[in-house]
Design a protein around this ligand. Structure first.
Ligand code: SF4
Length: 345
């Protein structure tokens, strides 16, 4: 399909592009029409009717034959802190969640899903406990962003929603390459991985755009990390950290380390010392994430988080405690599980 040939050169659609292209081809329309449609969508158009440089009859045809979004909105919840969580369905019925986070300094950051569910089974993660559906198409990823783009301009994006992005690396990169057209630069785009090594190597070697890398680490001790994240048995941390080092050496950009603090599990000063010993302060910057309980684990108290961070500070490992957003609507890290119970506003 045209999409597969063109996506690497920055050409794609807000809609199911394969269907769009087929519809245009069946009508003998020129190939630039798909780009016209995409341009409108990327700028936040609400539907085909707004596309004034597309002939009216064609707009009517597209409206009848090609759904404007590849996702349908099932539920939307709004947090007291301004966070918005959306639950979508793909055309074949798979649930997908995305979150818009609004910050006081004006940043508008979207957390998107790369898969419906996740085949990995990190024990602290609500997504890992749900049934895996499938990888999302590039336009299903972009449509999560465009949903919020129609509410207001957005300028940051993290691949930290449902799914392991590097298990769907081609579609994730195809979507990421188009984000600047939506107002999100590559420098403000972050792909987060648990350390899926084959695709991480490709990401380090092949991706030229300055897209940021984040590593979900959560425990420095191999045994504990394997208990929290079974993927650690398949791709051990030293190999993953070596790839992160290569990323830093090639790009001169620090790697974010995500560390979810689980009460009584990985949040003691000894755990912090192990983490500090593992991380080169030149290469890594740690985000400490207070855990949002999903049943199996407790969150860490403030009295535990402060000494943990103090250990990192003393070791001069840069670390911040992430502001938790959307906890009251189950939109915070580790809570995405497409449950109507959570998403009812
Ligand atoms: S933390 Fe990420 S990789 Fe692990 S189960 Fe959840 S979504 Fe999958």
């Amino acid at each position: 399909m045209l999409f597969q040939h063109e996506v690497g050169r920055g050409y794609a659609g807000c809609v199911d592009l394969e269907l769009l292209e087929q519809t245009l081809a069946d009508r003998g329309e020129p190939s630039f029409r798909a780009r016209q449609v995409w341009g409108w969508a990327a700028r936040g158009a609400g539907g085909y009717a707004e596309m004034t440089n597309v002939p009216a009859a064609l707009r009517d045809t597209l409206a009848a034959e090609v759904p404007f979004s590849s996702l349908s909105l099932a539920e939307e919840a709004r947090s007291a802190d301004g966070t918005v969580k959306a639950l979508f369905r793909t055309a074949d019925g798979h649930p997908v969640e995305a979150v818009l986070m609004r910050y006081r300094d004006g940043r508008r950051s979207v957390c998107v899903s790369s898969q419906s569910g996740c085949p990995l089974t990190c024990t602290f993660c609500a997504t890992g406990a749900m049934q895996f559906g499938r990888n999302l198409k590039p336009w299903e990823i972009l449509d999560q962003v465009l949903h919020f783009r129609r509410l207001e301009p957005v300028d940051h994006l993290v691949f930290m929603g449902m799914g392991e992005p590097l298990l769907n690396v081609d579609h994730v990169l195809a979507a990421a390459r188009l984000l600047p057209e939506l107002g999100i630069t590559h420098r403000r785009t972050t792909i987060s991985t648990v350390g899926w090594l084959p695709a991480l190597r490709r990401f380090v070697d092949e991706v030229e755009e300055p897209i940021r890398l984040a590593l979900s680490l959560h425990a420095a001790d191999p045994g504990l990390r394997s208990r929290l994240m079974p993927v650690n048995d398949r791709y051990p941390l030293p190999d993953v950290l070596a790839e992160c080092r290569r990323y830093f050496e090639l790009r001169h950009r620090k790697v974010f380390v995500e560390y979810v603090l689980l009460g009584g599990v990985n949040d003691s000063p000894q755990h912090a010392r192990e983490l500090a010993a593992l991380l080169d302060p030149k290469i890594f910057k740690v985000n400490l994430i207070p855990y949002n309980p999903t049943g199996r684990y407790e969150g860490s108290s403030r009295d535990t988080i402060a000494p943990f961070k103090h250990v990192l500070d003393r070791a001069r490992v840069p670390a911040t405690v992430r502001l938790t957003r959307g906890r009251d609507i189950a939109a915070a890290c580790g809570q995405l599980a497409a449950t109507r119970r959570h998403i009812t506003a």
